[in-house]
Design a protein around this ligand. Structure first.
Ligand SMILES: Nc1ncnc2c1ncn2[C@@H]1O[C@H](COP(=O)(O)OP(=O)(O)O)[C@@H](O)[C@H]1O
Ligand SMILES: [Mg+2]
Length: 386
Protein backbone atom coordinates (compact mmCIF):
# COMPACT_ATOMS: atom_id res chain seq x y z
CA UNK A 1 0.00 0.00 0.00
CA UNK A 2 1.22 3.48 -0.78
CA UNK A 3 -1.26 6.24 -1.06
CA UNK A 4 0.28 9.71 -1.04
CA UNK A 5 -1.78 12.73 -0.08
CA UNK A 6 -0.64 16.31 -0.40
CA UNK A 7 -2.89 18.78 1.39
CA UNK A 8 -2.40 22.51 0.96
CA UNK A 9 1.33 21.95 0.58
CA UNK A 10 3.31 25.13 0.13
CA UNK A 11 7.01 25.79 -0.29
CA UNK A 12 8.64 29.13 0.35
CA UNK A 13 12.38 29.19 -0.20
CA UNK A 14 14.68 31.68 1.47
CA UNK A 15 14.23 35.14 0.06
CA UNK A 16 10.45 34.66 -0.04
CA UNK A 17 10.47 32.67 -3.28
CA UNK A 18 7.16 30.81 -3.33
CA UNK A 19 8.01 27.73 -5.39
CA UNK A 20 4.78 25.82 -4.72
CA UNK A 21 1.38 27.29 -3.78
CA UNK A 22 -1.34 25.20 -2.09
CA UNK A 23 -0.67 21.90 -3.78
CA UNK A 24 -3.57 19.47 -3.28
CA UNK A 25 -3.37 15.96 -4.69
CA UNK A 26 -4.46 12.49 -3.67
CA UNK A 27 -2.25 9.88 -5.32
CA UNK A 28 -3.80 6.44 -5.21
CA UNK A 29 -1.97 3.26 -4.31
CA UNK A 30 -0.02 1.98 -7.38
CA UNK A 31 -1.00 4.97 -9.44
CA UNK A 32 1.47 6.48 -11.93
CA UNK A 33 1.24 10.25 -11.61
CA UNK A 34 3.27 12.63 -13.74
CA UNK A 35 4.08 16.23 -12.81
CA UNK A 36 4.63 18.21 -15.98
CA UNK A 37 5.25 21.86 -16.69
CA UNK A 38 7.90 24.29 -17.88
CA UNK A 39 11.21 24.65 -16.09
CA UNK A 40 10.90 26.39 -12.72
CA UNK A 41 7.22 25.59 -12.16
CA UNK A 42 7.91 23.68 -8.92
CA UNK A 43 7.94 20.04 -10.06
CA UNK A 44 11.22 19.03 -8.43
CA UNK A 45 10.44 20.97 -5.28
CA UNK A 46 7.15 19.10 -4.87
CA UNK A 47 8.81 15.74 -5.52
CA UNK A 48 11.57 16.52 -3.04
CA UNK A 49 8.99 17.45 -0.43
CA UNK A 50 7.35 14.04 -0.89
CA UNK A 51 10.77 12.42 -0.52
CA UNK A 52 11.52 14.46 2.58
CA UNK A 53 14.58 16.07 1.00
CA UNK A 54 12.95 19.48 1.28
CA UNK A 55 11.02 20.87 4.26
CA UNK A 56 7.38 21.79 3.78
CA UNK A 57 6.60 25.43 4.58
CA UNK A 58 2.87 24.83 5.06
CA UNK A 59 0.43 21.96 4.68
CA UNK A 60 0.56 18.23 5.18
CA UNK A 61 1.93 15.23 3.34
CA UNK A 62 0.54 11.83 4.25
CA UNK A 63 1.71 8.41 3.19
CA UNK A 64 -0.91 5.73 3.74
CA UNK A 65 -2.85 8.11 5.93
CA UNK A 66 0.07 8.92 8.21
CA UNK A 67 1.45 12.46 8.36
CA UNK A 68 5.11 12.32 7.31
CA UNK A 69 5.99 16.02 7.51
CA UNK A 70 8.68 15.34 10.10
CA UNK A 71 9.67 11.85 9.03
CA UNK A 72 13.25 11.58 7.70
CA UNK A 73 13.60 10.48 4.04
CA UNK A 74 14.96 7.05 4.89
CA UNK A 75 11.83 6.16 6.83
CA UNK A 76 9.34 7.09 4.13
CA UNK A 77 9.61 3.94 2.02
CA UNK A 78 10.70 5.91 -0.99
CA UNK A 79 13.20 5.33 -3.78
CA UNK A 80 14.23 8.21 -5.97
CA UNK A 81 15.90 8.44 -9.37
CA UNK A 82 17.39 11.80 -10.25
CA UNK A 83 18.19 13.39 -13.57
CA UNK A 84 21.88 13.44 -12.70
CA UNK A 85 22.21 9.87 -11.51
CA UNK A 86 25.85 9.74 -10.47
CA UNK A 87 27.01 6.13 -10.41
CA UNK A 88 30.12 5.23 -8.44
CA UNK A 89 32.77 4.95 -11.19
CA UNK A 90 35.06 2.60 -9.26
CA UNK A 91 32.29 0.11 -8.45
CA UNK A 92 30.83 -2.51 -10.76
CA UNK A 93 27.20 -2.35 -11.83
CA UNK A 94 26.41 -5.04 -9.25
CA UNK A 95 28.08 -3.09 -6.46
CA UNK A 96 26.46 0.15 -7.57
CA UNK A 97 23.09 -1.52 -7.29
CA UNK A 98 23.92 -3.30 -4.03
CA UNK A 99 25.40 -0.19 -2.42
CA UNK A 100 22.37 1.03 -0.50
CA UNK A 101 21.59 -2.50 0.68
CA UNK A 102 25.04 -2.82 2.25
CA UNK A 103 24.70 0.37 4.26
CA UNK A 104 24.56 0.12 8.02
CA UNK A 105 20.83 0.77 8.10
CA UNK A 106 20.24 -2.65 6.56
CA UNK A 107 22.27 -4.72 9.01
CA UNK A 108 20.09 -7.79 8.69
CA UNK A 109 20.22 -8.16 4.95
CA UNK A 110 22.05 -11.34 4.04
CA UNK A 111 24.44 -11.71 1.11
CA UNK A 112 21.94 -14.08 -0.47
CA UNK A 113 19.15 -11.55 -0.20
CA UNK A 114 21.32 -8.78 -1.69
CA UNK A 115 22.35 -11.08 -4.52
CA UNK A 116 18.74 -12.01 -5.20
CA UNK A 117 17.48 -8.45 -5.24
CA UNK A 118 20.25 -7.16 -7.50
CA UNK A 119 20.00 -10.03 -9.97
CA UNK A 120 16.18 -9.85 -10.04
CA UNK A 121 16.25 -6.13 -10.76
CA UNK A 122 18.97 -6.64 -13.38
CA UNK A 123 16.83 -9.26 -15.07
CA UNK A 124 13.81 -6.96 -15.26
CA UNK A 125 15.98 -4.16 -16.63
CA UNK A 126 17.89 -6.39 -19.06
CA UNK A 127 21.32 -5.56 -17.65
CA UNK A 128 22.32 -8.96 -16.26
CA UNK A 129 25.25 -9.28 -18.63
CA UNK A 130 26.70 -5.96 -17.49
CA UNK A 131 26.71 -6.65 -13.76
CA UNK A 132 30.49 -7.07 -13.63
CA UNK A 133 31.25 -4.00 -15.74
CA UNK A 134 32.15 -0.56 -14.46
CA UNK A 135 29.87 2.36 -15.44
CA UNK A 136 32.37 3.80 -17.94
CA UNK A 137 31.98 0.68 -20.05
CA UNK A 138 28.24 1.26 -20.46
CA UNK A 139 26.18 3.34 -22.85
CA UNK A 140 23.99 6.19 -21.59
CA UNK A 141 20.86 4.07 -21.70
CA UNK A 142 22.54 1.21 -19.83
CA UNK A 143 23.75 3.60 -17.13
CA UNK A 144 20.25 4.96 -16.85
CA UNK A 145 18.97 1.45 -16.26
CA UNK A 146 21.55 0.90 -13.53
CA UNK A 147 20.37 4.10 -11.84
CA UNK A 148 16.80 2.81 -11.94
CA UNK A 149 17.97 -0.61 -10.75
CA UNK A 150 19.74 1.00 -7.82
CA UNK A 151 16.39 2.44 -6.75
CA UNK A 152 14.50 -0.78 -7.52
CA UNK A 153 16.53 -3.06 -5.25
CA UNK A 154 15.26 -1.16 -2.27
CA UNK A 155 11.79 -2.51 -3.03
CA UNK A 156 10.23 0.74 -1.99
CA UNK A 157 6.53 1.30 -2.04
CA UNK A 158 6.93 4.69 -3.68
CA UNK A 159 9.09 5.43 -6.70
CA UNK A 160 9.98 9.07 -7.35
CA UNK A 161 11.65 9.97 -10.64
CA UNK A 162 12.88 13.44 -11.49
CA UNK A 163 13.43 13.82 -15.25
CA UNK A 164 15.23 10.46 -15.40
CA UNK A 165 15.40 10.45 -19.20
CA UNK A 166 16.32 14.02 -19.99
CA UNK A 167 20.02 13.28 -20.43
CA UNK A 168 19.38 10.72 -23.15
CA UNK A 169 19.14 11.29 -26.87
CA UNK A 170 15.69 11.24 -28.49
CA UNK A 171 15.78 7.65 -29.72
CA UNK A 172 16.98 6.24 -26.43
CA UNK A 173 14.44 8.35 -24.58
CA UNK A 174 11.61 6.76 -26.57
CA UNK A 175 12.99 3.32 -25.87
CA UNK A 176 13.42 3.97 -22.14
CA UNK A 177 9.93 5.43 -21.99
CA UNK A 178 8.54 2.13 -23.23
CA UNK A 179 10.72 0.30 -20.71
CA UNK A 180 9.42 2.39 -17.85
CA UNK A 181 5.88 1.39 -18.85
CA UNK A 182 6.93 -2.26 -18.71
CA UNK A 183 8.83 -1.75 -15.47
CA UNK A 184 5.81 -0.22 -13.89
CA UNK A 185 3.80 -3.33 -14.76
CA UNK A 186 6.41 -5.55 -13.16
CA UNK A 187 6.92 -3.71 -9.89
CA UNK A 188 3.97 -2.91 -7.75
CA UNK A 189 4.78 0.58 -6.58
CA UNK A 190 3.24 4.00 -6.65
CA UNK A 191 5.07 6.22 -9.14
CA UNK A 192 5.48 9.97 -9.17
CA UNK A 193 7.37 11.04 -12.27
CA UNK A 194 8.57 14.55 -13.11
CA UNK A 195 9.16 15.76 -16.65
CA UNK A 196 8.97 18.92 -18.73
CA UNK A 197 8.12 16.81 -21.78
CA UNK A 198 4.42 16.60 -22.55
CA UNK A 199 4.86 13.45 -24.66
CA UNK A 200 6.43 11.63 -21.71
CA UNK A 201 3.62 12.85 -19.48
CA UNK A 202 0.92 11.75 -21.92
CA UNK A 203 2.40 8.31 -22.56
CA UNK A 204 3.39 7.38 -19.00
CA UNK A 205 0.82 8.89 -16.69
CA UNK A 206 -2.39 7.39 -15.37
CA UNK A 207 -2.96 10.98 -14.35
CA UNK A 208 -1.09 14.12 -15.27
CA UNK A 209 -0.63 17.15 -13.06
CA UNK A 210 0.07 20.20 -15.20
CA UNK A 211 1.88 22.95 -13.31
CA UNK A 212 2.84 26.55 -13.96
CA UNK A 213 4.55 29.02 -11.63
CA UNK A 214 3.96 26.81 -8.59
CA UNK A 215 0.24 26.39 -9.28
CA UNK A 216 -1.55 23.26 -10.40
CA UNK A 217 -3.33 24.14 -13.63
CA UNK A 218 -5.17 20.86 -14.12
CA UNK A 219 -5.17 17.27 -12.94
CA UNK A 220 -6.58 14.59 -15.18
CA UNK A 221 -6.03 11.51 -17.30
CA UNK A 222 -4.08 12.12 -20.52
CA UNK A 223 -7.27 12.02 -22.56
CA UNK A 224 -9.07 14.41 -20.20
CA UNK A 225 -6.40 17.07 -20.32
CA UNK A 226 -6.09 16.69 -24.09
CA UNK A 227 -9.82 16.78 -24.85
CA UNK A 228 -10.93 19.13 -22.11
CA UNK A 229 -8.14 21.50 -21.17
CA UNK A 230 -9.31 23.73 -18.32
CA UNK A 231 -7.50 26.78 -19.61
CA UNK A 232 -5.37 28.11 -22.43
CA UNK A 233 -2.13 27.24 -20.70
CA UNK A 234 -3.00 23.54 -20.51
CA UNK A 235 -4.44 23.65 -24.02
CA UNK A 236 -1.19 25.08 -25.35
CA UNK A 237 1.12 22.90 -23.29
CA UNK A 238 -0.43 19.52 -24.10
CA UNK A 239 -0.24 18.50 -27.73
CA UNK A 240 2.38 19.22 -30.38
CA UNK A 241 2.52 21.32 -32.42
CA UNK A 242 0.65 23.67 -30.14
CA UNK A 243 -3.08 24.38 -30.37
CA UNK A 244 -4.02 27.39 -32.51
CA UNK A 245 -5.74 30.25 -30.69
CA UNK A 246 -7.98 32.53 -32.71
CA UNK A 247 -9.86 35.58 -31.43
CA UNK A 248 -13.41 35.57 -32.75
CA UNK A 249 -17.06 35.68 -31.72
CA UNK A 250 -19.14 32.87 -30.33
CA UNK A 251 -22.59 33.66 -31.71
CA UNK A 252 -25.83 32.36 -30.32
CA UNK A 253 -28.47 32.20 -33.02
CA UNK A 254 -31.76 30.88 -31.66
CA UNK A 255 -30.94 27.28 -30.72
CA UNK A 256 -27.59 27.07 -32.50
CA UNK A 257 -24.11 28.43 -31.93
CA UNK A 258 -21.59 29.58 -34.53
CA UNK A 259 -18.05 30.86 -34.50
CA UNK A 260 -16.63 33.26 -37.07
CA UNK A 261 -12.86 32.84 -37.25
CA UNK A 262 -11.39 35.01 -40.01
CA UNK A 263 -14.85 36.00 -41.30
CA UNK A 264 -15.87 32.41 -41.96
CA UNK A 265 -18.96 30.93 -40.33
CA UNK A 266 -18.64 27.54 -38.68
CA UNK A 267 -21.49 25.77 -36.93
CA UNK A 268 -20.73 24.44 -33.47
CA UNK A 269 -21.44 20.73 -33.27
CA UNK A 270 -24.81 19.95 -31.68
CA UNK A 271 -23.45 18.20 -28.57
CA UNK A 272 -21.13 21.12 -27.81
CA UNK A 273 -23.99 23.47 -28.65
CA UNK A 274 -26.23 21.71 -26.15
CA UNK A 275 -23.55 22.08 -23.52
CA UNK A 276 -23.15 25.79 -24.26
CA UNK A 277 -26.91 26.23 -24.08
CA UNK A 278 -27.25 24.37 -20.79
CA UNK A 279 -24.66 26.72 -19.32
CA UNK A 280 -26.61 29.65 -20.71
CA UNK A 281 -23.63 30.95 -22.69
CA UNK A 282 -24.51 34.10 -24.60
CA UNK A 283 -22.96 35.67 -27.69
CA UNK A 284 -19.52 36.88 -26.69
CA UNK A 285 -15.96 37.46 -27.81
CA UNK A 286 -13.85 34.37 -27.18
CA UNK A 287 -10.54 32.81 -27.93
CA UNK A 288 -11.19 29.77 -30.04
CA UNK A 289 -8.76 26.87 -29.72
CA UNK A 290 -8.25 24.39 -32.55
CA UNK A 291 -5.52 21.77 -32.68
CA UNK A 292 -3.35 21.65 -35.83
CA UNK A 293 -4.50 18.09 -36.59
CA UNK A 294 -8.14 19.17 -36.56
CA UNK A 295 -7.79 21.72 -39.35
CA UNK A 296 -8.26 20.43 -42.87
CA UNK A 297 -8.15 21.57 -46.46
CA UNK A 298 -11.39 23.01 -47.80
CA UNK A 299 -12.73 24.30 -51.06
CA UNK A 300 -12.55 28.03 -51.70
CA UNK A 301 -16.29 28.36 -52.17
CA UNK A 302 -17.30 26.98 -48.78
CA UNK A 303 -18.68 29.51 -46.28
CA UNK A 304 -16.82 27.70 -43.53
CA UNK A 305 -13.47 28.11 -45.30
CA UNK A 306 -10.83 30.78 -44.83
CA UNK A 307 -7.80 31.59 -46.93
CA UNK A 308 -4.32 30.94 -45.56
CA UNK A 309 -0.98 31.93 -47.01
CA UNK A 310 1.69 29.23 -46.66
CA UNK A 311 4.82 30.53 -44.94
CA UNK A 312 6.78 27.35 -44.30
CA UNK A 313 5.86 23.72 -44.78
CA UNK A 314 7.73 20.99 -42.93
CA UNK A 315 7.70 17.56 -44.50
CA UNK A 316 7.51 15.12 -41.60
CA UNK A 317 7.04 11.98 -43.70
CA UNK A 318 3.57 10.82 -42.78
CA UNK A 319 2.30 14.38 -42.49
CA UNK A 320 2.98 17.96 -43.44
CA UNK A 321 3.24 20.71 -40.84
CA UNK A 322 2.05 23.82 -42.60
CA UNK A 323 2.91 27.13 -40.96
CA UNK A 324 0.66 29.73 -42.50
CA UNK A 325 -0.71 33.19 -42.02
CA UNK A 326 -4.36 34.16 -41.94
CA UNK A 327 -5.16 37.87 -41.71
CA UNK A 328 -2.01 38.55 -39.74
CA UNK A 329 -2.41 35.50 -37.45
CA UNK A 330 -0.05 32.55 -37.43
CA UNK A 331 -1.68 29.18 -37.96
CA UNK A 332 -0.23 25.67 -37.79
CA UNK A 333 -1.91 22.81 -39.59
CA UNK A 334 -1.05 19.11 -39.69
CA UNK A 335 -2.06 17.45 -42.95
CA UNK A 336 -1.65 13.68 -43.34
CA UNK A 337 0.22 13.13 -46.62
CA UNK A 338 -1.93 10.09 -47.42
CA UNK A 339 -5.05 12.25 -47.72
CA UNK A 340 -3.82 14.73 -50.33
CA UNK A 341 -3.32 14.76 -54.07
CA UNK A 342 0.10 15.46 -55.65
CA UNK A 343 -1.23 18.89 -56.74
CA UNK A 344 -2.28 19.78 -53.22
CA UNK A 345 1.06 18.61 -51.89
CA UNK A 346 2.92 20.76 -54.36
CA UNK A 347 0.88 23.79 -53.32
CA UNK A 348 1.34 23.14 -49.61
CA UNK A 349 5.08 22.85 -50.07
CA UNK A 350 5.29 26.16 -51.95
CA UNK A 351 5.83 29.18 -49.73
CA UNK A 352 3.54 32.05 -50.66
CA UNK A 353 0.75 29.93 -52.11
CA UNK A 354 -2.81 30.36 -50.88
CA UNK A 355 -4.71 27.41 -49.43
CA UNK A 356 -8.24 27.20 -48.00
CA UNK A 357 -8.81 25.69 -44.59
CA UNK A 358 -11.64 24.78 -42.28
CA UNK A 359 -12.44 22.67 -39.24
CA UNK A 360 -15.52 21.06 -37.87
CA UNK A 361 -17.55 22.20 -34.90
CA UNK A 362 -16.68 19.02 -32.99
CA UNK A 363 -13.11 19.90 -32.23
CA UNK A 364 -13.31 23.45 -30.95
CA UNK A 365 -12.33 24.75 -27.54
CA UNK A 366 -13.78 28.00 -26.23
CA UNK A 367 -11.78 30.17 -23.85
CA UNK A 368 -12.89 33.26 -21.99
CA UNK A 369 -11.09 36.23 -23.51
CA UNK A 370 -10.22 37.76 -20.14
CA UNK A 371 -9.63 34.81 -17.80
CA UNK A 372 -8.32 32.35 -20.45
CA UNK A 373 -10.45 29.68 -18.79
CA UNK A 374 -12.35 27.09 -20.80
CA UNK A 375 -15.96 28.24 -20.68
CA UNK A 376 -17.22 24.65 -20.79
CA UNK A 377 -15.23 23.07 -17.99
CA UNK A 378 -16.24 23.39 -14.40
CA UNK A 379 -12.95 24.21 -12.75
CA UNK A 380 -12.97 27.97 -12.57
CA UNK A 381 -10.59 28.58 -9.72
CA UNK A 382 -7.23 28.18 -11.43
CA UNK A 383 -5.14 31.35 -11.39
CA UNK A 384 -3.98 31.18 -14.99
CA UNK A 385 -2.38 34.55 -15.32
CA UNK A 386 -0.28 34.50 -12.18
N1 LIG B 1 17.10 25.94 -3.08
C1 LIG B 1 16.37 26.92 -3.62
N2 LIG B 1 16.39 28.18 -3.12
C2 LIG B 1 15.63 29.15 -3.67
N3 LIG B 1 14.81 28.97 -4.72
C3 LIG B 1 14.74 27.74 -5.26
C4 LIG B 1 15.52 26.66 -4.74
N4 LIG B 1 15.25 25.55 -5.50
C5 LIG B 1 14.35 25.94 -6.43
N5 LIG B 1 14.05 27.24 -6.29
C6 LIG B 1 13.09 28.02 -7.10
O1 LIG B 1 11.81 27.42 -6.97
C7 LIG B 1 11.12 27.39 -8.21
C8 LIG B 1 10.76 25.97 -8.57
O2 LIG B 1 11.93 25.23 -8.81
P1 LIG B 1 11.92 23.69 -9.18
O3 LIG B 1 11.04 22.97 -8.23
O4 LIG B 1 13.32 23.23 -9.28
O5 LIG B 1 11.24 23.73 -10.62
P2 LIG B 1 11.17 22.60 -11.76
O6 LIG B 1 11.64 21.31 -11.20
O7 LIG B 1 9.72 22.58 -12.16
O8 LIG B 1 12.02 23.10 -12.89
C9 LIG B 1 12.05 28.08 -9.20
O9 LIG B 1 11.67 29.42 -9.30
C10 LIG B 1 13.41 27.94 -8.58
O10 LIG B 1 14.25 28.98 -8.97
MG1 LIG C 1 13.30 20.14 -11.82
Amino acid sequence: MARVQLEKVKKIYQGNVVAVHEFNLDIKDKEFVVFVGPSGCGKSTTLRMIAGLEDISEGTIKIDGEVVNDLPPKDRGIAMVFQNYALYPHLTVFENMAFSLRLKKNPKMSQDEIYKRVTDAAKILGITEYLTRKPKALSGGQRQRVAIGRAMVRESKIFLMDEPLSNLDAKLRNQMRAEIILLRKKINSTFVYVTHDQTEAMTLGDRIVIMKDGYIQQVGTPIEVFDMPDNMFVAGFIGAPMMNFIECDLIKDKTKYYVNPFDSKILVDSSKGTELKSKNIKTQKIILGVRPEHIELASKSSSSAFACKVKVCEMMGSELHVHGEVKGNDIIVRIPTISITPDQKEKLLTAGSTIYLTFTGKVMHFFDKETKINILTKHKNVPVNK
